[in-house]
Write a protein that binds this ligand. Structure first.
Ligand code: TMP
Length: 211
């Protein structure tokens, strides 16, 4: 459902190792300096369902792509409707929300193994799941993402290998093509330096706030 609320809803997407966390923090800093109140959040969330997802992503519990899709959906609905600190509550209060991953990740990650239209329909047709004002996709090659993961972590999650990341990147592009008439998607070359990427993201935010 369209976001007609007071706050802006910005999603940052990308492959593993694309720098989403760093860039989300820099964007939040810039927006706060601009006088906005900002909530930085992420999926999977820290809910009980989010914990189940982390177990599966870490490879500790085996789940198939349909189970994962359903769990991400449940986590996302909770993320939207949770009355204490859900996305909808923040936006209604005039707080801008920056979310690290959202339904685009379900389409690209679960969509490589589960039926893509099934995953898309259950997310896009759920009225509790708000449509972001913009999705900023941080584009890196799977090799670049892989090197960045190597430098920052010891353990790898189930999707974190170059072959799978290649398939996921292709799915992201396919999905962006399918969504281009209904969603505001901006692709940013994230292989550049942190300040260069950040400058582009802040420009996108500045354009959005004029709307
Ligand atoms: P990250 O936020 O540290 O990148 O890790 C989250 C992992 O969860 C990442 O591998 C992508 C995956 N994911 C999905 O597979 N589907 C989803 O819907 C979401 C939100 C994340």
């Amino acid at each position: 459902m369209e976001n007609k609320r007071k706050g802006k809803f910005i999603v940052i997407e990308g492959l593993d190792g694309s720098g989403k966390g760093t860039q989300a923090a820099l964007l939040a800093q810039a927006m706060r300096a601009d006088g906005r109140t900002v909530c930085q959040t992420a999926e999977p969330t820290s809910s009980v369902t989010g914990g189940m997802l982390r177990d599966a992503l870490g490879g500790h519990v085996k789940r198939d792509a349909y189970e994962l899709s359903a769990l991400f959906l449940l986590d996302r609905i909770f993320h939207n409707v949770n009355e204490k600190n859900g996305i909808r509550k923040y936006l209604d209060d005039g707080v801008d929300v920056i979310c690290d991953r959202y339904y685009y990740s379900s389409f690209a990650y679960q969509g490589i193994d589960a039926d893509l239209s099934w995953v898309m329909n259950m997310n896009l047709n759920c009225k509790e799941i708000l449509k972001p004002d913009v999705c900023i996709f941080l584009d890196v090659s799977p090799d670049t993402g892989d090197k960045r993961i190597n430098g920052s972590r010891l353990e790898r999650e189930i999707y974190e290998n170059t072959e799978t990341q290649k398939r996921i990147r292709a799915r992201f592009y396919e999905v962006f093509g399918l969504l281009k008439t209904r969603e505001n998607i901006k692709i940013v070359d994230a292989s550049r330096t942190v300040p260069e990427v950040s400058a582009d993201i802040i420009k996108i935010y500045n354009e959005l706030k004029e709307k």
